[in-house]
Design a protein around this ligand. Structure first.
Ligand code: NDP
Length: 283
């Protein structure tokens, strides 16, 4: 019969419309939500992502300021800019597009963003609060995965969930959020023994390893929910996820690439920027 596709577009659109309404409410109170995005260098994919963020902000009525800095920017110059943005009361959210050039330490840069403006949810304070389930900014991609399932009516509590990948920006946080939603969670990575066997036990399989078409139908339990976070190019140069197309024959639900988790990530950034403006208004 084939898996039901969980399309990101309509869900992301609904979220963005909700954000837009709340942005208008804030504007009537004299608060104009604003996101500052910093892009260093010439990474082609990063340029596309930043363009997408600019467009989403415009759709939601959020002001965006894009700082496009040359590859030669020093860490000190970047930290100086972040200090200015941290001080600027008209800027509610700050996002530094990753990856940064080799000569800049990403962790130092992330830690220069004040937690209350950290709309990516990458600072140690937000990561720590997420872990102990306190109010914080949740990282956009993991939060987008959860939101996508919840808005589709996928039951998470009690389900055996396997996460492929343990990066700080996707694998680890998505595993923590699934745990918070009462799933039983297994995290797999490059040293996992018999990965396929682990995957076959999953009611919900989240793949974030960055390997084109790695997950095949032999690795998927019939009727499983498969969330494909990967954004890769296959041998023909075509954009694809971590999940091979034959998985559609066996999964119950499947997210497409493009048009799945990526759109949710973008929508969650808008939600976080709105939240940042609301919280800064109250304080
Ligand atoms: P990283 O490269 O930081 O992490 C990849 C993880 O996958 C690592 O934990 C690594 O294991 C694991 N891994 C790699 N190869 C294998 C393998 N053969 N078997 C098992 N585990 C493996 O990637 P990110 O987390 O940053 O991104 C993952 C993917 O998600 C990429 O395609 C990226 O483009 C995409 N992405 C998509 C987003 C979206 O909005 N849709 C947002 C962010 C990322 P180990 O730790 O052992 O090395």
């Amino acid at each position: 019969m084939g898996a039901v596709r969980i399309e990101g577009k309509p869900i992301a659109q609904t979220i963005k419309e909700q954000v837009k309404q709340q942005v208008e409410n804030l504007q009537q109170k004299g608060v104009f939500p604003c996101l500052a995005v910093v892009l260093v260098g010439e990474n082609a994919a990063s340029k596309v992502y930043v363009g997408g963020k600019e467009k989403d902000c415009a759709e939601c009525g959020i002001r965006s300021i894009i700082h496009r800095l040359p590859e030669s920017t020093t860490e000190q110059q970047l930290l100086q800019l972040l200090a200015e943005l941290a001080e600027d009361e008209t800027v509610h959210g700050i996002l530094v597009q990753l990856p940064l050039p080799q000569h800049i330490n990403p962790q130092t840069v992330i830690e220069a963003i004040p937690p209350e403006k950290d709309v990516d949810g990458f600072t140690p304070e937000n990561v720590g609060k997420m872990l102990i389930e306190q109010d914080c900014f949740l990282p956009c991609t993991p939060a987008g995965c959860i939101e996508m399932m919840e808005r589709t009516g996928v039951e998470i509590a009690g389900k055996h969930t396997v996460v492929l990948g343990r990066s700080n920006i996707v694998g680890k946080p998505v595993a923590m959020l699934l745990l918070e939603k009462h799933a039983t969670v297994t995290i797999c990575h490059s040293k996992t023994v018999d990965l396929a066997e682990q995957c076959r036990k999953a009611d919900i399989l989240v793949s974030a390893i960055g390997k084109a078409e790695f997950v095949t139908k032999e690795m998927v339990k019939p009727d499983a929910v498969v969330i494909d976070v990967g954004i890769n190019r296959n041998e023909q140069g075509k954009l694809c996820g971590d999940v091979a197309s034959d998985v559609e024959e066996i999964a119950g639900y499947l997210t497409p690439v493009p048009g799945g988790v990526g759109l949710m990530t973008r929508a969650m950034l808008m939600k976080n920027t709105l939240l940042a403006a609301q919280r800064q208004m109250k304080s």
